[in-house]
Design a protein around this ligand. Structure first.
Ligand code: ATP
Length: 524
């Protein structure tokens, strides 16, 4: 409402406000709004002329204890309201304010756009009309004055379409021991969040051009992968550990129409059985002891509109294989302890270094799941079958370390290239990467900055058993180094002879996490 607003400053004296009001009453002026705080009185009166306001200010200044009086644009409360209004209309989150009966009292522009509803359809309506069955969390927020973490909610929009939003609920706690007041509901568009996340994670962007190769068999693999990237088909990557399966999965995702969505990798072998189910499918609040209060999204939900990379799929226990198959067939996921099935829009890329067909015939992997995943198989050859890639890859890793450590660029002498090509690389590209890093760090300065064969820190033992290795470490092998080399040989053998890491761990008599740690240590 328009009017003239006065700011009056004075001492704190009983009755001073009353005397100021008397001045206004003497001028036959109504009070539209008023605020009082120590030393200040703010009054809003109907519009008056400049002459009239001058005379009123003159009168007010006569009141004992008044130091000054002046006109200001609006009452502080109006100012605050205006600022809040500006914030509400400019934020990208949808905001709804609910009263203590959970009726909508305020709705901002973003919420109207998200819900595709006019304010008239929402204001003074009960939130139940909007949220349907899922108002229990809002009621809890109000009753227990609890700030509740974000949860996914599926809501019916004005166009009668179900959309998924991320909602958080915040109680409005009144100033001093008054009654509960209401709830602020903050809505975020699921798609927007995914897009935001993927722009933040853009440094993970990866393309086929970054896969270093020059061999014919790798070129063929890349051609196939590029061809299927744009489709929605499930890709099944097979290859020994360290051959670059994850790089392929990333490149396929970023070449696909889902590139703006998330790429979510999960190593099924690295997660203990007990956690794998809830990691993949999520859980509802209270699903088990130790569960997070607000429940948890599973990776299928996190990967919505993107790609889920199921690495080491052969290590999924049988009971989860059945659940995974159901999710892939129904394209719906049910959280642990939940009854609602959430639709999922996720592309699957699976990878394994095991012979899954063999595992299937032995009953260690479900045949139906195998065929569900085995849609577009791509077999990435081991490094020993593409020796022409070795010089390029080795030089690539040398450059990487030299750049990172600011040292002069090193190159490979012919003798070094020959030695690298003679090795059989059980750990594939990952092992080559380790060897080159170690070599650059430990290589003594050579003339022309060339790495010679004798500078390579490569364990040649597996190439010619019994023969004295040409590695620089071999001439003076300490006990620890020899034990390490022996451990690596045993580990490789156990992994080759057993269909899963878990079984290799059982054979070696150590835990499966210990096997993973040792594999990492030896670059396997
Ligand atoms: N062609 C390549 N060009 C550049 N780097 C590569 C290439 N292949 C593999 N690497 C590197 O080697 C390491 C292992 O690759 P990656 O993790 O993709 O292998 P993987 O087959 O998925 O292994 P695992 O089966 O153990 O999960 C990574 O650091 C990766 O960057």
């Amino acid at each position: 409402m328009t009017g003239t607003t006065l700011e009056i400053k004075g001492i704190n004296r009983v009755g001073i406000t009353h005397e100021v009001i008397a001045c206004l009453a003497a001028n036959q002026l109504d009070i539209i709004g008023m605020e009082v705080k120590p030393h200040y009185i703010y009054v809003k009166i109907p519009p008056v002329s400049t002459e009239q306001i001058k005379s009123i200010i003159g009168m007010i200044k006569q009141v004992k204890g008044i130091e000054r009086a002046k006109t200001i644009p609006s009452l502080p409360a109006e100012e605050r309201e205006n600022r809040i209004h500006t914030i509400l209309t400019t934020v990208s989150e949808g905001i709804l304010l609910l009263d203590d009966q959970l009726r909508v009292t305020t709705i901002n522009r973003a919420a109207q756009a998200m819900l595709k509803m006019e304010p008239a359809q929402l204001l003074h309506e009960s939130i139940e009309k909007l949220w349907g069955e899922s108002t229990s969390e809002i009621k809890r927020c109000l009753d227990e004055a609890l700030e509740l973490p974000s949860v996914q909610v599926s809501l019916l929009t004005g166009q009668k379409k179900r959309m998924t939003y991320i909602c958080s609920y915040h109680p409005i706690i009144p100033a001093e021991n008054s009654e509960r007041q209401g709830v602020v509901v903050v809505l975020r568009d699921n798609k927007q969040i995914q897009e935001l996340l993927s722009t933040v994670q853009r440094n993970d962007w990866f393309s086929f051009d970054e896969i270093v190769q020059q061999s014919d068999n790798m070129r063929k693999c890349i051609e196939t992968a590029k061809r299927v990237a744009k489709s929605e088909a499930t890709v099944f990557l097979q290859g020994e550990s360290g051959t670059g399966k994850e790089l392929f999965a990333r490149a396929i995702h970023f070449e696909s129409n889902r590139a703006a969505g998330p790429f979510v990798p999960i190593n099924c072998a690295a997660i203990p059985d007990a956690l794998l189910e809830s990691e993949l499918f999520g859980y509802e609040p209270g699903a088990f002891t130790g569960a997070l209060k607000g429940g948890k999204q599973g990776l299928f939900e996190v990967a919505q509109s993107g790609t889920l990379f199921l690495d080491e799929i052969g290590d999924i226990p049988l009971h989860l294989q059945a659940k995974l198959l159901r999710v892939l067939e129904e394209r719906k996921v049910r959280r642990v302890g939940g009854s609602k099935a959430l639709p999922i829009d996720v592309r699957i890329i699976a990878a394994t270094n095991r012979n899954l067909a063999d595992m299937t015939s032995k009953g260690l992997f479900r045949e139906d799941l195998y065929y569900r995943l085995h849609v577009i198989p791509i077999v990435i050859p081991p490094l020993r079958e593409r020796k022409s890639d070795i010089p390029m890859l080795a030089q690539f890793f040398i450059q990487k370390v030299c750049r990172a450590t600011n040292q002069p660029m090193l190159s490979l002498a012919h003798s070094a290239i020959r030695a690298l090509q003679a090795h059989n690389w059980p750990g594939n590209v990952r092992e080559l990467q380790n060897v080159m890093e170690r070599t650059v760090y430990l290589c003594p300065g050579n003339p022309g900055n060339e790495i010679q064969a004798q500078n390579l820190y490569v364990d040649m033992q597996q190439d010619s058993p019994g023969e004295e290795s040409r590695s620089p470490l071999s001439s003076s092998k300490l006990l620890k180094e020899q034990m390490d080399a022996y451990e690596k040989t045993l580990l490789i053998r156990a992994l080759k002879e057993h269909p899963s890491i878990r079984q290799a761990a059982a054979y070696l008599g150590i835990s499966h996490t210990a096997v993973l740690q040792k594999m990492k240590k030896h670059g396997l």
